[in-house]
Design a protein around this ligand. Structure first.
Ligand SMILES: *Cc1c(COP(=O)(O)O)cnc(C)c1O
Length: 373
């Protein structure tokens, strides 16, 4: 019997694979694979969630008006510069749909956020992946790769999975080279974790570049990954069109209220971020002292450029009860989680380094319980 004909890309595209066991009913590993906040929501946020829960027989406010107003106040900008979405991933999807005329291309770095090429493919946009240089965006080559077909450039700053930031002067030169007709998305999902004194948010460009949009999220520093809220800041004329490209009612009432409460509790949430930043320094220092090569990270994760050893190290972490994110052939990304989880990871990394338990070629391995992939 024939199956319905779907787009051919759905035959070849890999499905999104969460790290093994993370959503299992029991024996969940220590969650260092998804860059979430290790802390449960503050009581004010669970209260807001409960209150909003009492109204879910009604549709949400499709314009997210109260949240948009609160964000405008928080950033000191006008409301007409903001688009709220169901996670910044949905805003990325919307951007790709908004530029997806036949032949359109998106330029992004690689390795960078795993979903850029996937969302591009889904939207029918060709992705042009430019390799990182020293684990950092190669902005000069990215600018060189822009052609008349390029309708979107994405810069992930800090970059996921390497945690590195792009040099602000290089960003300035790059921004000036992107044609005004090409959209430029600055993905600042980890902005709140940046401490490098020279770093600056692209929001600082203000209205100077109408082709620039900045993406932020409540999923990381604000601790609301489970509710899916993100937002975009851009030029009002661009924003007016992008709002039309969003699915109406995508951001639910509970998420809108929780995000507003998180903004109200920003100071306390940023204290938590400070704890993560401090532990990032501690874990980074410990790994470097033990001989690991780890780029300095400005996000809530560290990058181990293990190359071909990445899958074996990932299996070792799984065996040690720790979920990390493996980029085969590239490296492993490990989230800075609770202090205890970070310590368990450091111990596992040290055992690996000193004994290389599973670093042998696949056929050589013996006594390896998680080989059934
Ligand atoms: C986590 C992450 C996001 C946030 O996604 P949400 O959909 O807002 O949860 C966006 N960009 C990058 C690079 C990320 O790592």
């Amino acid at each position: 019997m024939s199956l319905p004909r779907l787009r051919a890309v759905l035959d070849t595209m890999p499905s999104y694979q969460p790290t093994e066991g993370v959503y299992a009913a029991e024996h969940r590993p220590r969650p260092l694979s998804a860059n979430e906040s290790p802390d449960s929501p503050l009581p004010g946020i669970t209260d807001a969630i409960a209150r909003a829960g009492g109204t879910v027989n009604r549709y949400p406010d499709p314009g997210c008006e109260d949240l948009t107003r609160a964000l405008a106040r928080a950033h000191g900008i006008d409301e007409d510069r903001i688009v709220v979405g169901a996670g910044s991933v949905s805003l990325l999807q919307m951007l790709l749909q908004a530029i997806a005329e036949p032949g359109a291309e998106v330029v992004h770095a690689w390795p960078s956020f795993e979903l850029y090429p996937v969302l591009a493919e889904l939207a029918g946009v060709s992705s042009v992946a430019v390799p990182l240089l020293d684990a950092t965006h190669d902005l000069r080559t990215m600018a060189d790769r822009i052609t008349p077909r390029t309708r979107l450039v994405v810069v992930c700053n800090p970059n996921d999975p390497t945690g590195t930031i792009a040099d602000p002067d290089e960003i300035a030169r790059f921004v000036a080279r992107v044609p005004p007709t090409c959209l430029l998305a600055m993905d600042e999902a980890y902005y709140e974790y940046v401490r490098a004194p020279e770093a600056a948010s692209a929001l600082g460009y203000g209205a100077a570049f109408p082709n620039m949009v900045v993406l932020r999220t409540f999923s990381k520093a604000y601790g609301l990954a489970g509710l899916r809220v993100g937002y975009l800041v851009g030029d009002p004329r661009v924003v007016r069109k992008l709002r039309k490209a969003c699915l109406a009612y995508a951001v639910n009432t509970v998420a809108q209220h929780a995000a507003m409460e998180a903004l109200a509790l920003r100071d306390r949430l940023m204290d938590r971020v400070e704890t993560t930043v401090a532990d990032r320094g501690r874990v980074h220092h410990a790994l470097r002292r033990d001989g690991w090569s780890v780029p300095a990270s400005e996000a809530n994760f560290l990058w181990l450029p293990l190359g071909e050893d990445a899958p074996a190290f990932g299996r070792w972490c799984t065996h040690q009860g720790i979920a990390v994110r493996v980029f085969p052939g590239e490296g492993v990304r490990v989230t800075i989680g609770s202090r205890e989880d970070n310590d368990v990871f450091l111990a596992a990394a040290e055992t690996w380094r000193t004994t290389r338990p599973w670093a042998m070629a696949p056929g050589d391995r013996t006594g390896c319980e998680t080989e059934d992939e």
